[in-house]
Design a protein around this ligand. Structure first.
Ligand code: NAG
Ligand code: NAG
Ligand code: NAG
Ligand code: NAG
Ligand code: NAG
Ligand code: NAG
Ligand code: NAG
Ligand code: NAG
Ligand code: NAG
Ligand code: NAG
Ligand code: NAG
Ligand code: NAG
Length: 506
């Protein structure tokens, strides 16, 4: 009787341990072969965590970003203005960074009833930061550069004269010449660094703005001042609407409406007027290898294609590095898809005249014409392109899609064309793309932003990912041990039974 009980106990025991081992084995095999399934489960968890809802990191970051952002200005100071006026190549010396801390604040105005769209307005303010500016640089340093409003006014009057041939056109030119000589405008201006970056005026600009005659002919300058950059989002204060990711996580952060517009109406090509991509501070989560992204850059009022380059690591966080699509700066004369953005002659530029108000002949490029036609660098003295400094790169954290570090660079150039009617432009050698300044808007991952992301669920996700293979190993090991143990126990037991049976038979 006791023997029977013992046999049954042992049988149950080994059946149990074998089935547990089988379960563990199956779990390990599932984990090993169906890592996609497991990853999908983790991804769903992340998707849910990053939607723009109160309490989520993305929501808080959108409203009030804690990753510190700076906008740095590097000016190309004209050191030989008198020779330049006489026809010499401009000799430019880079001075900078003149560094401003950016404060981007959004006021959330409305959420759609199904939580899928969020409407806000935004203010972007900039504050001088002595600590991150170059040593001994001050906002009141004198910077000399080409006279952009003069180039704009001459362009405008020439355009006008083409449309009104004969006396009227000639009169307009004559009037502009009088204003130039009356106000003492020259081919270059020297102004304070702060003012050149944000807001400056002079007698010439004011006269253009106030002249009654110019006003009558529609040629008046519609502003009191020259604003290369705006402090306070003058043009970005009407509401914008973005997707929250609740319905379609793939579109999280993408614009439905920007600054009150669903489409732009400033670019010549249809698709150029689409507002595609996010504002660039975050993208969709779980980005795959090779996946392209788009960002809408409000400073230049257009979208850019971003191309994935490689994985990088910052403070232990993995990120995909994105670069501007290599076609971005190709001349539309040779790369036709770019003609939707207007026209430019040389590789390395983009036309930005349409975003200035009024249209002035301003072109964007990478700093020091990096990657551009060498002709551009030879037009002036002082260009030293460097891929380590002069390209745009955006590092997007692989799980959450948060932009954790970036460098967004843009140089502004004014086009001057030789014009024998105006003595100021009579000594220009053909067409000159004159670099005025370049801007580096940048952020570096801080320890506190990293901790913030980890506290908001990224830590758990990374833990899951890191625990994955160890857990697989432990499961497999346990299963093997259990099988081994039950084999040994049963072996021993069966052996003893046999011996006992043999003994009893004797
Ligand atoms: C810029 O160049 C002018 C001469 O053209 C000079 O007077 C001025 O000090 C320079 N500014 C800086 C910041 O070096
Ligand atoms: C340009 O200016 C720099 C600094 O003022 C000077 O060292 C250099 O010789 C100049 N180059 C030319 C070609 O004039
Ligand atoms: C931008 O505007 C704010 C508020 O009016 C002001 O405090 C700040 O100094 C301005 N920044 C610049 C660069 O002028
Ligand atoms: C600005 O920063 C420099 C160091 O870059 C420092 O020597 C200087 O005292 C600071 N000036 C002010 C006004 O804070
Ligand atoms: C420039 O500003 C500093 C203070 O930031 C001041 O000490 C200096 O006198 C100013 N220079 C001029 C030429 O106004
Ligand atoms: C620029 O400065 C002028 C004063 O010179 C001021 O009247 C104007 O409001 C300023 N414009 C902006 C956009 O800050
Ligand atoms: C001159 O500038 C002011 C302020 O920037 C603007 O309101 C006004 O309309 C301009 N004048 C003309 C004739 O465009
Ligand atoms: C955003 O909208 C609110 C409420 O309508 C308003 O008080 C605030 O001034 C607006 N902010 C900007 C930057 O336009
Ligand atoms: C850009 O946005 C427009 C309008 O939302 C859309 O029709 C178009 O497909 C988008 N283009 C790309 C490349 O995503
Ligand atoms: C650049 O973008 C265009 C679409 O605008 C796309 O067709 C092309 O494949 C992209 N090139 C690279 C290198 O990403
Ligand atoms: C004018 O431009 C031509 C090329 O377009 C160049 O060969 C020549 O050296 C330039 N002259 C001056 C004075 O810069
Ligand atoms: C592109 C764009 O919307 N520009 C606007 C900037 O603001 C001025 C004045 O409000 C408008 O006239 C422009 O259309």
């Amino acid at each position: 009787m006791a023997r029977k009980g013992l046999t049954r106990f042992c049988g149950v025991c080994s059946i149990l341990s074998v089935s547990l081992a089988v379960v563990l084995l199956v779990a390990a095999v599932v984990l090993g072969t169906d890592s996609d399934g497991i990853n999908a489960a983790v991804e769903r968890q992340i998707d849910e965590q990053v939607t723009l809802k109160p309490g989520h990191a993305t929501y808080e970051q959108l409203q009030n970003p804690t990753l510190p952002i700076w906008k740095d200005f590097y000016f190309f100071n004209l050191t030989n203005p008198d020779e330049f006026v006489e026809g010499a190549k401009p000799n430019l010396t880079q001075v900078g960074p003149y560094s401003y801390r950016e404060e981007r604040k959004k006021t959330f105005l409305w959420v759609s009833p199904d939580d899928s769209e969020l409407t806000y307005n935004q203010s972007k303010l900039f504050y001088w930061d002595n600590a991150t500016s170059g040593a001994r640089l001050r906002e009141n340093d004198t910077i000399c550069t080409i006279n952009i409003p003069l180039l704009g006014a001459i362009d405008m009057v020439e355009e006008y004269a083409k449309e009104h041939s004969g006396v009227i056109g000639e009169l307009a030119k004559q009037l502009l010449k009088e204003i130039i000589s009356e106000t003492g405008a020259r081919l270059y201006v020297c102004v304070e660094a702060h003012d050149l970056a944000w807001n400056y005026t002079d007698a010439f600009v004011q006269k253009l703005n106030r002249s009654e005659v110019l006003k009558l002919s529609g040629l008046a300058y519609p502003r009191c001042c020259v604003n290369l950059q705006s402090n306070g989002s003058a043009n970005d204060s009407r509401p914008s609407t973005i997707y929250t990711g609740v319905k379609d996580i793939g579109r999280i952060g993408q614009f439905l409406q920007w600054d009150g517009m669903r489409r732009l109406n400033i670019w010549p090509g249809e698709t150029a007027n689409d507002i595609n991509g996010t504002e660039g501070l975050f993208f969709r989560p779980n980005i795959k290898e090779g996946e392209p992204l788009m960002a809408f850059v409000d400073d230049v009022i257009r979208s850019f294609d971003l191309t994935q380059e490689k994985k990088v690591k910052h403070k232990g966080l993995e990120a995909w590095r994105y670069l501007l699509n290599s076609t971005t700066f190709l001349s539309p004369l040779y790369y036709h898809p770019n003609s939707r953005w207007g026209n430019w002659e040389y590789d390395g530029l983009i036309y930005l005249g349409v975003i200035q108000y009024p249209n002035v002949p301003v072109y964007g490029s990478q700093p020091h014409f990096f990657g551009g036609d060498p002709i551009l660098r030879e037009m002036v003295i002082g260009m030293n392109p460097d891929p380590k400094l002069h390209t745009t790169q955006i590092d997007v954290e692989v799980f959450t899609g948060a932009n954790i570090q970036f460098r967004q660079v843009l140089q502004l150039n004014a086009r001057a064309v030789r014009n024998d009617d105006f003595e100021e432009l009579a000594n220009i050698n053909g067409t000159l793309y004159y670099p005025v300044l370049y801007i580096n808007e940048h952020a570096e991952l801080t320890e506190s932003f990293k901790n913030y992301l980890e506290g908001k669920g990224l830590g758990m996700v990374m833990g899951l990912q890191e625990a994955y293979w160890p857990v697989f190993g432990v499961l497999l090991g346990l299963a093997l041990i259990l099988i081994l143990v039950s084999m040994v126990i049963c072996g021993l037991f069966i052996g003893r039974l046999r011996r006992r049976e043999q003994y009893e038979r004797l």
